[in-house]
Design a protein around this ligand. Structure first.
Ligand code: ADP
Length: 242
């Protein structure tokens, strides 16, 4: 969408004062819900997200079971009060798409073959939304899965890069998402660098795409360090007592 809004000033600063390669502020807390096997509360800029993991448990209905591996059911939901205009409650096309891509990303990093016929359920509730919620949701899901003790190749980390006013930048905020030219959310397995999710909205040249991808991969690595710190904050004290 074209607009008269200036997204980058003459000094290269963005609307919220960030540089082109800066993330919004991220805060993560592991293990916030007592009923869930694993959980996470995450703030990313003004996004506020809860993730809760249940399972592995018998997949129901039975016909959804896979005799060779667990199925991963991620359910992304935006609360009615999470956006400016009240969102109609319940699933819609967008939340189904996000649930599907997150499920597929997680299936590729969880050791699903350890739990035949089981289901691993990952609930992602967006309480407050300000662009980038699929990345924030997937990041929270990664911490909640680790908190649940689900075996994974690595803890998935997610982040987006995009293009505003012909510049490639990291982690688009709300106005940047609304009035920018492109958004490239990705998720990776930080140790191997394997790409678990890659979507693109808008247009990028090949050169811009490569720049955005590298920027987003670096962003995922910063996100990964914050995820690990949140898990250490929860589990380190227990380890020290033992
Ligand atoms: P993401 O949140 O992963 O960036 P989108 O690009 O689809 O996904 O959405 C961008 C932002 O638009 C969301 O984070 C949210 O702030 C806003 N948004 C999405 N859906 C709605 C909706 N139904 N009503 C109002 N705002 C919405």
């Amino acid at each position: 969408m074209k607009s008269d809004i200036k997204l980058i000033d003459s000094k290269g600063k963005r609307l919220d004062g960030r540089k082109f390669d800066e993330l919004r502020k991220i805060k993560i807390e592991a293990g916030v819900l007592h009923r869930a096997e694993g959980s996470c509360y995450l703030e990313w800029g003004e996004n506020k997200i809860l993730a809760a993991v249940y399972g592995p448990r018998e997949a129901i209905p039975k016909h959804t079971q896979n005799p060779l591996r667990a199925i991963v059911k991620a359910r992304y939901n935006m609360a009615a009060f999470s956006v400016e205009d009240r969102k109609r409650p319940g699933p819609d096309r967008r939340s189904r798409e996000i649930s599907k891509v997150i499920s597929e990303a997680l299936e590729n990093i969880i050791l699903t073959e350890k739990y035949p016929r089981a289901s691993i359920d990952v609930n992602i509730e967006v309480l407050d939304a300000e662009a980038g919620t699929r990345c924030a949701g997937l990041t929270a899901a990664g911490v909640a899965l680790a908190d649940a003790g689900i075996p994974m190749k690595d803890i998935p980390a997610s982040c987006a890069a995009g293009k505003i006013e012909d510049q490639v930048v990291l982690d688009l905020g709300k106005e940047e998402d609304n009035y920018g030219n492109a958004d490239l959310p990705i998720a990776i397995s930080p140790r191997s660098g394997e790409v678990l999710l890659l979507q693109m909205d808008g247009h990028l040249t090949e050169d811009e795409f490569n720049k955005a991808l590298n920027l987003a991969i670096n962003g995922c690595k910063i996100v990964s360090d914050i995820q690990k710190k949140a898990l250490l904050d929860k589990y380190q004290p227990a380890l020290e007592v033992d």
